[in-house]
Design a protein around this ligand. Structure first.
Ligand code: BGP
Length: 446
C-alpha cells in the first residue's frame, strides 16, 4: 500500500467524552454520576457542572467539526442522561440529545463513533458497589440494549468501554479517580468485570444483528528500559503485562497473561473468574482494537519481590527526552513499537487509533486565536508514523485526535488543553485553532 492509499484508507476524525464536554450536569433529567460526586467530594477548583457547555452549544460545535472537515467524530454517551438511576426508567430528553448529535453527524457526512462507557457511572450504581459488584454488568447490558435498539443503522461504529486500565489504576490503586480506593484485590476484580462487560456487550451487539463494528478501547503503553540489566528486563516485562498486556490479551484472545494472573491470584486472591466468563470472553472478541496512544513508559527495576506491583518498578525520565509540562513524554515511535509488538504476539487485527493528542496550556491571543504550533508538530509526527505503519501492513482504519474541542481534563482541570477547536472559558466562545486549520488541509491533502 502506498502512502496515498494509506491516507485514503484511514478515517480521520477527532474525539471527546460526554463528561468532559457536555456540562448540563443537572439539566433535563440527567441523574448524578460518579464524577459529579467526585468533584463534590474533592475541592479541586474546577468540576464538570458546565464543562464547555457542549450540551447547549452542540449545534455550533458540530458545525465547527464539519468546517474542520472531520470524517469521523468519536463521542461518548452519558449513561446517567439516558438512565438517571442507572437502570429502569429512560429519560427521553437524554436520547433526544444524542439523536441530535447522530443525525447531524450523518447529515454532515461525519461517521459517528459512539463510546458506550467513558468512565461516568450513574451514582446509584456506584453506591451499590460500582464495577466491583458483578451486577453492574447486567445494568450495563440493559443500557447497551437501549442504545443499540435506538441507534441501530444510524451508528455503525461502537466502542464498549474506554480505557479500563486507567479506571482500574486510577480508581482502585492510586485513588485519584472515583471511587478513590487503594486496593489491589478490588482493582484486579474490577478489571475482570470490565472485560466481561465488554465481551457481553459485543455478544449482545451480534445477537441483535447490529450493522457495523464494535470493539473495546484500550490505552496500552509500550515499555522501554534505558539499561539492559537482568532486573530491568524483568521490570519491563512486569510493567508491560500490568499496563498493557493484561487488557490486550483479554481483548484479543480472551485470556489473561499467565504469570501476572498467577501473581495476582497468589498475592491478592483476585480475580475470581468463572469458567463461563472466560468462555464468553474468548467467544466475543471485538471487530477491531481501539488504541489510545499518548506516551510510552520508561521504567527501571525497584523491589521486584514486592507484593505491590507498582513498587516493582519506577519511572525514569529519559535524559534529553521531550516532555510536556505535565510530564508526558512526546515519543511518536512508541505507537509503532506498540503496534508491532501486538502484531508479533497476536497477529493481524484491525486497529483504530481512537485517541492521540497533546495536552498543553496553549493561549488565546488578543484576537481570540490559538496559534498552537506545538500541537501541529505533534500531530504531524504522529500521523506520519500512522500512515507509514499502514504502508507496512498494519491494518489501521481510523485515527481520532484527542480532542475535537478544548475540554475538562479529569484531574488537571481546564488549563491542560487538547482541542482542535479552542474555547474561551470566560465567554464560551469557540474558534478553530491553527491545528484545526492544519488538520483540515492534512485530511484533504492540500
Ligand atoms: C485518556 C482519556 C481521555 C482524556 C485523555 C487525556 O486517557 O480517555 O478521557 O482525558 O486521556 O488525559 P488527561 O486529561 O488526563 O490529560
Amino acid at each position: 500500500m502506498t502512502r496515498e492509499e494509506a491516507h485514503k484508507k484511514i478515517l480521520w476524525g477527532a474525539a471527546t467524552a460526554a463528561y468532559q464536554v457536555e456540562g448540563a450536569a443537572f439539566c433535563d433529567g440527567k441523574g448524578k454520576n460518579s464524577w459529579d460526586e467526585y468533584y463534590e467530594l474533592n475541592d479541586l477548583g474546577y468540576d464538570g457542572t458546565v464543562a464547555v457547555d457542549h450540551y447547549h452549544r452542540v449545534e455550533e460545535d458540530l458545525k465547527l467539526f464539519h468546517e474542520i472537515g472531520l470524517q469521523g467524530y468519536r463521542f461518548s454517551v452519558s449513561w446517567s442522561r439516558i438512565l438517571p438511576e442507572g437502570t429502569g426508567k429512560i429519560n427521553p430528553k437524554g436520547l433526544e440529545f444524542y439523536d441530535y448529535i447522530v443525525d447531524s453527524l450523518n447529515a454532515y457526512g461525519i461517521e459517528p463513533y459512539l463510546t458506550l462507557y467513558h468512565w461516568d457511572l450513574p451514582l446509584p450504581l456506584l453506591k451499590k458497589g460500582g464495577w466491583l459488584n458483578p451486577e453492574v454488568i447486567e445494568n450495563f447490558l440493559e443500557y447497551c440494549r437501549i442504545l443499540f435498539e435506538h441507534f441501530k443503522s444510524r451508528v455503525r461504529l461502537w466502542a464498549t468501554i474506554n480505557e479500563p486500565a486507567s479506571e482500574v489504576m486510577e480508581g482502585y490503586i492510586q485513588g485519584t479517580h472515583p471511587p478513590q480506593e487503594k486496593n489491589y484485590a478490588h482493582a484486579i476484580q474490577v478489571s475482570h468485570h470490565y472485560n466481561v462487560a465488554s465481551a457481553s456487550a459485543i455478544r449482545l451487539f451480534r445477537e441483535m444483528k447490529m450493522e457495523g463494528k464494535i470493539g473495546i478501547v484500550l490505552n496500552p503503553m509500550p515499555v522501554d528500559i534505558l539499561e539492559e540489566t537482568e532486573e530491568n528486563k524483568q521490570a519491563k516485562e512486569i510493567a508491560y503485562e500490568y499496563f498493557s498486556d493484561w487488557y490486550i490479551r483479554s481483548a484479543l484472545i480472551g485470556e489473561y497473561p499467565q504469570r501476572m494472573l498467577e501473581f495476582c491470584k497468589k498475592t491478592y486472591s483476585a480475580p475470581e473468574i468463572r469458567e463461563e466468563e472466560l468462555a464468553l470472553m474468548k467467544e466475543n472478541i471485538g471487530d477491531y482494537l481501539g488504541v489510545n496512544y499518548y506516551m510510552r513508559r520508561v521504567v527501571k527495576a525497584e523491589k521486584l519481590d514486592s507484593p505491590d506491583i507498582e513498587e516493582k518498578f519506577s519511572y525514569v525520565r529519559v535524559p534529553g527526552g521531550n516532555y510536556t509540562k505535565w510530564g508526558w513524554e512526546i515519543y511518536p515511535y512508541g505507537i509503532a513499537n506498540l503496534l508491532k509488538q501486538i502484531y508479533n504476539e497476536y497477529g493481524k487485527k484491525e486497529i483504530i487509533i481512537s485517541e492521540n493528542g497533546i495536552g498543553f496550556d496553549d493561549c488565546m491571543d488578543e484576537n481570540g486565536y490559538f496559534a498552537d504550533d506545538e500541537r501541529i508538530a505533534y500531530l504531524k509526527q504522529h500521523t506520519d508514523i500512522i500512515e507509514e505503519l499502514c504502508t507496512q501492513g498494519i491494518d489501521i482504519t481510523g485515527y481520532y485526535v484527542w480532542s475535537a474541542i478544548d475540554l475538562l481534563s479529569w484531574t488537571n482541570g481546564y488549563q491542560k488543553r487538547y482541542g482542535l477547536v479552542g474555547v474561551d472559558f470566560d465567554t464560551m466562545n469557540r474558534s478553530i485553532k491553527k491545528s484545526g486549520e492544519w488538520y483540515r488541509k492534512f485530511i484533504r491533502q492540500e
